[in-house]
Design a protein around this ligand. Structure first.
Ligand code: AHM
Ligand code: MG
Length: 340
């Protein structure tokens, strides 16, 4: 790419403002805060190993500061970046018990709330496996100028204004949607900018990858067990057996499946009777992205994740998302319509 062909995330947002006739620039400012925080996390994750090595001798990092766990650091970084710019009136985070009211003079007049999982899959950092940030933006329900309330956060996923993830992998990427398709931007650390690298992302209608923690197999619902067996049975017409790929880092598993085609499953298990993933911070934003890329996301047969009305902040829900034909096949087994 040359300077003539690069389109940065900032340029892309300005160029697409025509899609939002009543835009006031507030959402663009919110995105600026998110991408700044993402760059900071990128920097910290990429030197995590070095800092750790330095930390072992004196329990301090190379700058002499007390080491901070990266998920806590990511949470603080995103909160600070958003709060300092007066662009959100409330934040809910997987790292916080309660939502955060931003009712200072700067923020209380803003119209958006943000829900986020600042560093999903953080247990993978110690072994150098990709992790991600997931975010979701809603328009507030409470009147501008007042403090946010439960109703601002308990909105169904269909009301999302924007959602996305940042994947800190072999390169760092920011992938997002505002309901007009999905676009992916790769971070160029030399330039310090995200560049459009994956325009108009579409997921294949059929895929050959299934992603699930199969160690929990005996506790899965019957339909899910049958679908997994179906994935493993040989059949040339449907390119089975499918390939099993599971990193255990949601953003990475979803990102790969979005590009190659596949299905991600986190059903109920004995340890997590409602599934492990959180509706507000993980399932809704990912479901919005997957649907915008042409896929489907359900929590049961014909039960669209985005239509589920949240009842609590940290609510968990079974989650099945990916290539539309694969999700439909899974539903056929779950409903009992198809048997092996
Ligand atoms: P976390 O929010 O505590 O990091 O947990 C979420 C992670 C997801 O990234 C991943 O898909 C899932 O947990 C893996 O769970 P499991 O180890 O049970 O397969
Ligand atoms: Mg998480």
């Amino acid at each position: 790419m040359t300077t003539a062909t690069i389109q940065t995330l900032g340029e892309f947002i300005i160029a697409n403002q025509k899609d939002y006739p009543d835009a006031s620039g507030e959402l663009s400012a919110l995105f600026a805060a998110i991408r700044l925080a993402a760059k900071v996390i990128h920097r910290e994750i990429n030197r995590a190993g070095i800092v750790d090595l330095a930390g072992k001798s004196g329990e301090q990092n190379i700058q002499g500061e007390q080491q901070m766990k990266l998920d806590v650091l990511a949470n603080d970084t995103f909160k600070e970046a958003l709060a300092a710019r007066g662009v959100v009136c409330g934040i809910a985070s997987e790292e916080e018990d309660k939502y955060i009211l931003l009712d200072d003079g700067l923020n209380k007049n803003s119209k958006y709330v943000v829900m986020m999982d600042p560093l999903d899959g953080s247990s993978n950092i110690d072994v150098n496996v990709s992790v991600g940030t997931i975010f979701s933006v809603y328009r507030r329900k409470s009147p501008v100028g007042t403090s946010v309330t439960d109703e601002d956060f308990y909105q169904p996923g269909t009301d999302q204004v924007a959602a996305g993830y940042v994947i800190y992998g072999s390169s760092t990427m920011l992938v997002y949607t505002t309901g007009h398709g999905v676009n992916g931007f790769t971070y160029d650390p030399g330039l310090g900018v995200f560049c459009l690298s994956h325009p108009k992302m579409r997921t294949p209608e059929k895929g050959v990858i299934y992603s699930i923690n199969e160690g929990n197999y005996v506790h899965f619902p019957d339909g899910v067990k049958k679908y997994i067996k179906y994935c493993q049975v040989e059949d040339d017409d449907t390119q089975r057996p499918y390939t099993s790929r599971y990193i255990g880092s949601l953003v990475s598993d979803i990102h790969r499946n979005l590009i190659y085609g596949g299905i991600y499953l986190y059903p109920s298990t004995s340890r997590y009777p409602n599934g492990k993933l959180r509706l507000l911070y993980e399932c809704n934003p990912i479901a919005f992205l997957v649907e915008q890329a042409g896929g489907r996301a359900v929590y049961g047969v014909g039960q669209r994740v985005l239509e589920l009305k949240p009842t609590s902040l940290h609510q968990r829900v079974p989650f099945f998302a990916g290539s539309p034909y694969m999700v439909s096949d899974l539903e056929a087994f779950m409903s009992g319509r198809v048997q092996l």
